[in-house]
Design a binder for this molecule. Structure first.
Ligand SMILES: Nc1ncnc2c1ncn2[C@@H]1O[C@H](COP(=O)(O)OP(=O)(O)O)[C@@H](O)[C@H]1O
Ligand SMILES: [Mg+2]
Length: 319
């Protein structure tokens, strides 16, 4: 493990068995997350982003076949006991699920749910934890927090639940926060708050992995971008280089489909995940496709970046 990495994922494969097929949601993926960075994982729906996040938290159903390793600090998450995993979940690695409604127990008051990780993972009593929960709710703009603390989730709007979820997720100051589509269903005004919250967490030194298909949001919060396509990382780069000089044809397509770049959509659709894939997964939609693209393409290093496209074979120029 390199000293400045907090998570090192190697050869991670997650597949689900269906009737007569094997769906590979995450395909031999390797990725290092650097201490203190905010890494955005982007890519269209179905590309394996949530499955990757769930694998790190070991929250996948038993039907998932998982191989490879996920080293967190010094331990392989995939080999830990469930008891050890419970200490990590919520204590060291927080997970903000895609639908905050599902992250809350409808029959428990909000203060109790925000306090619970504090009681479970620190020496605090319930009454100390409640005070801290109220402070956190205020910090996440749930005002007046004393009133809202006594409410049940049903009284909260979607945006408030999202913020309460972040308050809960960061109540024990985790080392890593993984958020799945944190801007989904949030309007432009509240999105500014969400951006600010993630940037505040970054300042608090929390490493963040943000799963999103909202490129504008990624541009506001991320340090690095990992682009996923059909279960693979196809580009790993800095946020600046992603938006100015995207390298992979899929990344180029994503950037060109932004409204400020003329909204030109990527032609075609991604291949069905349950069909066996060979070679470049993007080849059927790529205007640069040639015969070599039917062979398995590794991630090629290009300067500080990595790109899974044959164009960049032997193109490791210094920037
Ligand atoms: N529990 C599951 N059982 C079977 N297939 C699943 C399960 N969870 C996810 N998948 C499949 O894995 C692929 C990746 O899903 P997901 O990670 O949710 O995509 P994303 O988050 O990028 O939209 C999809 O094809 C999805 O249908
Ligand atoms: Mg998802």
């Amino acid at each position: 493990m390199k000293m400045n990495n907090i998570i090192e994922i190697s050869d991670l494969t997650v597949s689900f068995k269906g009737e007569g097929y094997l769906l590979t949601a995450v395909d031999n993926l390797s990725l290092s997350v650097i201490h203190g960075e905010t890494l955005a994982i982007i890519g269209e729906s179905g590309s394996g982003k949530s499955v990757l996040g769930l694998a790190i938290l070991r929250l996948l159903p038993d039907t998932a076949a998982i191989s490879g390793s996920i080293i967190f600090q010094t331990q392989d998450i995939l080999t830990l006991s469930e008891g050890m995993m419970e200490k990590i979940r919520g204590g060291k690695i927080a997970w903000i699920p895609q639908n905050p409604k599902l992250g809350f127990n409808p029959s428990m008051k909000i203060w109790k749910q925000v306090s619970e990780p504090i009681v479970l993972h620190t020496d605090s009593s319930w009454s100390e934890a409640k005070k801290q929960a109220i402070r956190l709710l205020r910090q996440y703009s749930i005002v007046p927090p004393e009133k809202w603390a006594e409410e049940y989730p049903v009284a909260y709007s979607g945006g408030m639940l999202q913020r309460a979820m972040l308050a809960m997720g960061t109540s024990t100051i985790p080392s890593v926060l993984i958020a799945d589509e944190p801007t989904k269903g949030i309007d432009a005004i509240n999105k500014k708050d969400v951006i600010e919250m993630f940037n505040t967490q970054k300042e608090r030194g929390i490493t963040q992995i943000i799963i999103t298909h909202d490129l504008d949001f990624a541009s506001e919060v991320a340090d690095r971008i990992a682009v996923m396509y059909c279960g693979q990382i196809v580009e790993l780069t800095s946020v600046e280089r992603f938006f100015t000089t995207p390298l992979h044809p899929y990344s180029v397509g994503l950037v060109n489909s932004l409204p400020q770049r003329g909204l030109s959509p990527i032609p075609g659709t991604s291949p069905a995940m349950h069909e066996k894939q060979a070679g470049c997964r993007f080849k059927s939609r790529c205007s640069l496709c040639s015969r070599v693209c039917s062979e398995e393409i590794p991630l090629f290093p290009v300067g500080y970046d990595n790109v899974r496209c044959i164009q960049y074979h032997n193109r490791n120029w210094a920037w």
